[in-house]
Design a protein around this ligand. Structure first.
Ligand code: ALL
Length: 366
């Protein structure tokens, strides 16, 4: 009982810090949801936007304005959970880019509120198709489930660019749709993070992996990278389970793991939200000997690294990911190139691999 109450208090504290950093990332210390709602409402092309509370569908409308306003194409950024700071900074990056290229395109920003709301994301794409945007740049919540609706978008003449979480290659092939991918090598990124964590542990030490949504390719790749790092370093993976990218789920999972495996020495979390949830559980259990790794480099985790509470994370430059995707979309809209896959011929857009860097106390203090 006492432990559960302490855990709840610590999770609340970590949430507060998280919200503060998210607000700072989005600027002016407003609560995260308000910032996100603000982002949505201030995006142009959202004339039918509902009240800020309904941020999920704020970019959607029933009307069908043309793909271009004046001679500017409308580009829709469709993200995942807007409760995750990773996507708040992605939106900020995209908006900054749009502001610098006002004459080139008009940006519509939207996303879902819950990591597992696949139907919500499918419906956002449908709404963007109905609005006849010129391009959709999407970080899919699921690597398979989004393909059919994106094929529809593509068949409707909309340029589609996949960022962050790669769509399933087999399903794309089956559905005969070519969508370029812009994003990092998650397996390599996670392996490097895992190796860094291993440096502070000893061969034979027990670790656990907190996975993302099982149906997301980047989550699967990070799990593989962590597993490889553990194997190479002689660490024993005693558990690997999904915490669905979510802080609360990771918090409960970690509390249970600490009870089931009292000798646990490390936790490799496939994103920073889950690393923060794990940290709260570790602190609530009074454990100071459990090392934690994350992935994303969000503000609250940077602070936890500086404070010595989380050991390492990966910076996948979320604020630039959407920008690269938008640039690819604009190139395709230009008509000089066509969409293609990694092995595409000249005159097509190839996949673009983006950077992923290991972040530690040392790199942050440079
Ligand atoms: C992934 C991103 C981030 C994020 C996660 C949660 O696609 O790469 O690591 O934390 O989505 O939605």
């Amino acid at each position: 009982m006492v432990a559960a109450a302490t855990a709840a208090v610590q999770l609340t504290e970590i949430r507060k810090v998280h919200t503060m950093f998210a607000a700072n990332a989005g600027l002016r210390r407003r609560p995260l949801l308000l910032i996100l709602a603000g982002l949505l409402l201030s995006s142009t092309g959202c004339s039918n936007s509902p009240a800020p509370e309904d941020a999920t569908s704020a970019a959607a409308g029933s009307g069908s304005p043309p793909a271009t306003t004046g001679d500017r194409p409308r580009v829709a950024l469709v993200m995942k959970s807007l409760a995750n700071e990773f996507f708040a900074s992605m939106a900020e990056g995209a908006r900054a880019h749009a502001a610098q290229h006002v004459g080139d395109y008009e940006l519509i920003v939207n996303g879902i509120q819950d990591e597992t709301d696949l139907a919500g994301q499918v419906s956002l794409v449908e709404q963007m198709v109905a609005q006849q945007v010129a391009a959709i740049v999407i970080a899919p919540a699921d690597s398979k489930a989004l393909v059919p609706v994106l094929r529809k978008a593509s068949a409707a003449g909309i340029v589609v660019v996949n960022i962050d979480n790669r769509l399933d290659a087999d399903v794309l092939r089956e559905q005969q749709v070519q969508i370029p991918f812009v994003g990092p090598d998650n397996r390599v990124g996670a392996k490097n993070v895992g190796l860094q964590l291993a440096k502070s542990l000893q061969a034979g030490d027990e670790i656990a992996i907190l996975e993302g949504l099982e149906t997301s390719f980047n989550g699967q790749q990070r799990k593989l990278g962590f597993t490889e790092a553990a194997a190479e370093s002689g660490l024993k993976v005693v558990a690997s389970q999904s915490a669905q990218w979510e802080m609360d789920v990771a918090n409960q999972a970690t509390a249970a793991l600490l009870t089931a495996h009292p000798g646990l020495k490390g936790i490799m979390a496939c994103n920073d939200s889950m690393a923060l949830g794990a940290l709260a559980a570790v602190r609530a259990a009074g454990r100071t000997d459990v090392r934690i790794a994350g992935f994303d480099n969000i503000g609250a985790v940077r602070q936890a690294i500086l404070d010595g509470q989380i050991l390492v994370t990966a910076d996948q430059h979320g604020d630039q990911l959407a920008v690269y995707g938008i640039e690819t979309a604009l190139q395709l809209l230009d008509g000089a190139v066509a969409p293609g896959d990694g092995a595409a011929a000249q005159g097509t857009v190839r996949d673009r691999e983006t950077a992923v860097d290991v972040i530690t106390k040392e790199t942050l203090s440079r």
